[in-house]
Design a protein around this ligand. Structure first.
Ligand code: 26Q
Length: 825
């Protein structure tokens, strides 16, 4: 479509409109003029789906034909975002569709509003999984993403009276046109019951009896890649009861019981747990994990046998790789063991060897509260066969550890898979995988030196540092078309295939005309966001103010509170000297808090009260604005990130494993204001210290302060007058005069230790001055627009290293060893 002449273009557009019209007739029995926006959206999407389907079929056939190894990417979360426009961009047909539709008065971007967004994830981990799928499809690597078809995705967030209120996300309500159920691949999942060890034939046979069955029905959603000949599948398993409620039961009066059982079975895929970086050991959650991993393993083995009837099951690792996205799918390891032992009859050692060749694992967090463990009692009742397998693996493993660490009971207990009544999923994943990955250089170093240090000493070759990346086409071409066109105009379209070509923009940082165009685009995006905010919140923004954005899940370690306290500090400066010069600023927050995370919700309220305070004060004269944007999701990120000028990446050093929004902001020309944490460190390397603003404690300093218990919060309060004034505002009734104690918990947590926990464990107070000084630099720099714009362009130019294409190539070279699907055309 790139080189199409005008005549062909006209024909192509006419054909698109004809196809859309046909879909309206055939699928909805309606004409163009009578169609609702939803029907119109669906009709357009169905025509696009036809094309994606062709690539889907093609990819399947070629993979089979070429007998290629396939990756199963298991993740309890995926956050793919809306699909229609993304497919059109990948098919390189967006412009054509947009023009064709506009000729009949339809705005494609307005149609997109009708599309539901699958919120099947909490945050970084889920979005990363979707970026990886897009890159796998682009690189034509055979892969399938596997997860759960949650009927309700992550809750919708409303802000009512300055507080988070959760509403259900019924995303399937109006139907989801991109999914296709595959009834041939329905699997049976067994829970509970007990196992019987049968030695009657002279060898051990294990039978599982009296279990409850739940059916797993897969729904496949196609994933396209940029200008790719194939589409991959995201396979989402949905739980169904095997009980068909029949009239006989009805008349016998068992109807209620039968329908209760049905509800119980189907509860498994009902709702996504809203906890990000936090574990709650709930039975239903364990059921979810087993449900989708068991279904996937059974399917993978079935597919292997169908495709490679000539190969023995011991060759499994030649034809499949399984990647577990954090430990949540680690039950897949035990499930494959079960299949290999009980169904395929492999001897124990052989099964272990096959398994460890198949599995690879990526760790996404070192936060203690997020490390997955399950109580043995729960585990053995729900998964009796897997329990006996994990016991045996643990025994073998601990025996082998004894050889490396003889007599070191404490160390072995720490590394054990089963210990002190708990099953430690991270230890299982490390022990049974051939590759263990960190998500940034810093994070991997911490894994090696800290969390998995004892493992690293024994298996140094197993550890890899493969830094996360982003689907940069979605975050530029789709989210920021103005910038994408400017880039293509300047350096040609090659960057859309090879992000390293963004480097070619470097000289443009000296080109005044280019800088002006880039600045004009940023301004347009700021205006676009201002319209959105006015329409949805009724708040008027000043597009000439600095747009400073912190958008991510709400967590104490991410330190939204530091940002909010600094705003109070600015406010006090205005109050002290209302007539002094003050660079107008807009602080935008977007963050969901886990519904059970009380303190996170309190921080949201705090931010909302700070917003109230500054808005209602006439002295501020609109120079300071604070906005909390509700319901942060992929779609909101697509409007918010391109409008950002300052990217807040201010987590306590050592806590954010990588971060990925930091990369998206950089790609969109924001200047990063960040700590030496996660991938920020690599952003600093890529762009150079004069083009990023780094502040605060180093990860080593944080470590030291914990180790030597040397942090003196109280002294900071005593000695730092400015800080003390800000902190006092938390409790002196300035924010909520009717209830001055509203935020005293937040205040207390910063200054006083409570039952053993240290005060301010995330060093908000300690980093306050450094943060304020860094913000001062931001302001000074913004006062020199040319310098700012130059730095902005240098950030875009350096952001290519964070393409997930690059990440995936590295995973493939070091871990998966897949060959691409070759197209013969
Ligand atoms: C824990 C126990 C049991 C079940 C689930 C969980 C659970 C659920 C979600 C644990 C963690 C998560 C989410 C983690 C997450 O999103 N981590 C982020 O991953 C990103 C991608 O690698 C990184 O960029 C972020 O730094 C990291 O916080």
């Amino acid at each position: 479509y790139f080189y199409m002449n005008e005549l062909n273009r006209a024909e192509a557009k006419a054909r698109i409109l004809k196809e859309v019209e046909e879909k309206l007739h055939r699928s909805f029995g309606i004409t163009f003029d009578d169609a609702t926006p939803m029907q119109l959206y669906k009709a357009v999407a169905l025509t696009v789906r036809d094309e994606v389907m062709e690539r889907w079929t093609h990819g399947r056939e070629e993979r089979a034909e070429q007998k290629l190894k396939r990756l199963y990417y298991l993740s309890v979360e995926f956050l793919p975002g809306k699909m229609l426009v993304n497919h059109l961009l990948n098919l390189v047909e967006f412009d054509l569709y947009q023009e064709a539709l506009s000729e009949v008065g339809v705005n494609l971007m307005e149609l997109e509003a009708e599309e539901p967004e699958p919120g099947l994830g909490n945050g970084g981990l889920g979005r990363l999984a979707s970026c990886f799928m897009e890159s796998l499809a682009t690189l034509q690597l055979p892969a399938m993403g596997c997860s759960i078809r949650y009927e309700y995705g992550l809750f919708r967030q409303q802000i009512v009276d300055g507080q988070q209120v959760e509403a259900p996300d019924n995303w399937l309500e109006d139907g989801f046109i991109w999914e296709v159920p595959d009834y041939d691949d329905e699997m049976e999942i067994h829970f509970g019951g007990h196992i019987i060890e049968d030695w009657s034939e002279g060898y051990l046979k294990v039978r599982h009896e009296d279990y409850n069955t739940v059916l797993a029905l897969p729904y496949d959603v196609p994933v396209s890649g940029y200008d790719s000949d194939i589409a991959l599948s995201m396979r989402l398993w949905s739980a169904r009861s095997p009980r068909r409620i029949n009239m006989e039961q009805f008349s016998r009066g068992d109807y209620i019981k039968a329908s209760e059982e049905k509800e119980l079975a189907e509860a498994i895929s009902k709702v996504l747990y809203p906890d990000d970086n936090h574990l709650e050991g709930k039975e239903l959650r364990l059921k979810q994990h087993y449900f989708f991993t068991s279904a996937t393993i059974q399917y993978a083995v079935k597919d292997f046998k169908r495709r490679f009837p000539e190969l023995p099951i011991t060759r499994l690792a030649d034809k499949i790789a399984i990647h577990i996205n954090d430990t949540h799918p680690a039950l897949a390891i035990l499930e494959l063991m079960r299949v290999l032992l009980d169904q395929e009859g492999l001897p124990w050692e052989t099964a272990i060897a096959v398994c460890s060749k198949v599995f690879a694992y990526t760790n996404h967090t070192i936060m203690n509260e997020a490390l997955e463990t399950w109580s043995e009692d729960l585990f053995k009742v729900l998964l009796p066969r897997l329990y006996s397998i994990v016991q045996a693996i643990n025994q073998d493993f601990c025996e082998s550890l004894w050889k490396h660490y003889p007599g070191q009971f404490d160390r072995i207990a720490k590394m054990a898979i089963v210990s002190y009544g708990q099953i430690h999923m991270a230890n299982l994943a490390v022990a049974m995988s051939h590759a263990v990955n960190g998500v940034s250089k810093l994070h991997t170093r911490i894994l090696k030196q800290d969390l998995f240090a004892d493992f690293y000493r024994i298996y140094p070759g197993r550890f890899h540092a493969i830094t996360n990346g982003i689907s940069y086409r979605r975050w530029s071409l789709k989210a920021n078309p103005g910038l994408a066109h400017l880039i293509t105009e300047a350096i040609g379209p090659g960057w859309l295939r090879d992000a390293a070509e963004l480097e070619k923009l470097r000289p443009m940082a000296e080109d005044g005309a280019f800088l002006e165009k880039a600045a004009a685009i940023k301004k347009e995006n700021k205006v676009r966001l201002a319209h959105y905010v006015e329409k949805t919140q009724g708040i008027v923004l000043n597009p000439d103010s600095i747009y400073d954005v912190q958008a991510k899940r709400l967590h104490e370690y991410k330190r939204q509170l530091l940002n909010a306290l600094h705003i109070l500090y600015l406010y006090q400066q205005i109050k002290a000297n209302p007539e002094a010069d003050f660079t107008p600023r807009t602080f935008l927050f977007a963050a969901k808090a886990a519904p059970g995370y009380y303190r996170a919700k309190l921080i949201i309220s705090f931010i909302c009260q700070v917003a109230e305070l500054v808005h209602n004060d006439p002295d501020v004269k609109g120079r300071l604005k604070v906005v909390f944007l509700p319901n942060y999701n992929v779609s909101l990120a697509e409007v918010l990130i391109p409008a950002a000028e300052v990217s807040e990446q201010i987590s306590t050093a050592g806590k954010e494993a990588s971060g990925t929004s930091n990369m998206k902001f950089m790609l969109n020309g924001a200047i990063t204001l960040g700590t030496l944490d996660g991938a920020n460190v690599e952003m600093l390397d890529a762009v150079g210290e004069e083009n990023i603003i780094i502040f605060g404690m180093t990860p080593e300093e944080v470590q030291q302060a914990y180790r030597f218990n040397s942090y003196r919060q109280g002294e900071l309060y005593e000695e730092n007058l400015a800080l003390r004034r800000v902190l006092d505002m938390m409790v002196d009734g300035s924010l909520t005069p009717a209830n001055p104690h509203r935020f005293s918990e937040l205040y207390q947590a910063l200054l006083f230790s409570d039952n053993g926990g240290m005060a301010d464990p995330y060093f908000v107070l300690k980093d306050f001055d450094a943060y304020a000084a860094a913000q001062k630099k931001v302001e000074a720099l913004y006062g020199r627009p040319k310098v700012w714009q130059k730095k902005s362009v240098l950030n875009i130019a350096a952001s290519g290293v964070f393409s997930s294409d690059k990440t995936i190539r590295e995973y493939n070279r070091k871990v998966w060893h897949l060959s691409p699907v070759e197209s013969e055309e």
